[in-house]
Unconditional design. Structure first.
Length: 264
């Protein structure tokens, strides 16, 4: 009889904590918006450097009605998706190879940790020479950015797999692909998805940064174009859209990880 009230109390406490967290987040967002508007109305800075929220919202509405925006969005989305597929796929394979072999890990994994924090934009001139000035260099930039966090996360996840699972797979004489699909990936679902979440974020950054340097289409080009014409309200509106898209994808991946982990 005491189990039900205890469970109800725990659920009530969890709900209260969730509400408190949500209210805190809303308070932070509200405070930032109030400070922004206060700065815009203060006259301390040039009016277009920190435009009012109403001007930004108006530009946001105009952007969403502009067909050019959706063309740029489609181009950037395609580049980021392909970059994540290439960089994430290569990172998963590399991470599994390093996680399986102690020799390879000792020989090559330090390079991942050394090159991982390196700003990838320094390689962009080389990528332009290799892949041209078109979308190829942007995809390569995003893939290069995505590769390192995924590889490092998967390599660590491989070492955490229960050795009993590996011995079971070997005892059934599973092929390499069967070991990957039936043993490795299911056992390290969380590290893989978390690595892809981080990799996707840096792939977006790398792709947009490449578009700001050399492009005539895409969201990065749209942002730098508004900056060049000093259309600050539109620039901030575009940045908000990019931010919301990245947050939405990240939240979806996080919820997917939680659901898959709960089912497992």
């Amino acid at each position: 009889m005491t189990a039900i009230p205890a469970a109800a109390a725990q659920e009530s406490t969890a709900n209260s904590e969730a509400r408190a967290v949500m209210l805190t987040r809303l308070a932070i967002i509200g405070t930032v918006l109030l400070l922004w508007e206060a700065m815009a109305q203060s006259g301390l800075l040039y009016k277009d450097v920190v435009p009012s929220l109403t001007r930004i919202v108006r530009e946001l509405g105009l952007i969403l009605l502009d067909k050019t925006f959706y063309a740029d969005l489609g181009i950037t989305t395609g580049e980021v998706a392909l970059a994540t597929l290439i960089g994430g796929g290569a990172g998963i394979l590399t991470g599994m190879a390093l996680g399986r072999s102690r020799f390879l890990a000792q020989a090559y994994e330090p390079f991942l940790h050394y090159l991982g924090p390196t700003p990838k934009i320094i390689f962009f001139p080389i990528l332009i020479m290799w892949f041209g000035v078109g979308p190829g260099s942007k995809v390569a930039m995003g893939a290069l950015s995505c590769f390192f966090p995924v590889a490092i996360s998967v390599a660590g996840g491989m070492r955490e797999i229960d050795k009993v699972l590996i011995r079971v797979g070997l005892s059934f004489r599973l092929t390499s692909w069967q070991m990957i699909s039936k043993i490795y990936l299911p056992a390290m679902r969380a590290p893989v998805i978390n690595g892809i979440r981080i990799g996707l974020g840096v792939a977006i950054i790398g792709t947009l940064l490449a578009e700001t340097k050399l492009a005539n289409q895409g969201l990065g080009y749209a942002v730098i174009r508004t900056y060049a014409t000093f259309n600050m309200p539109k620039m901030y509106a575009l940045l908000i859209i990019v931010f919301m898209l990245a947050v939405g994808i990240n939240v979806w991946l996080g919820r997917y990880t939680e659901l898959r982990t709960a089912k497992a």
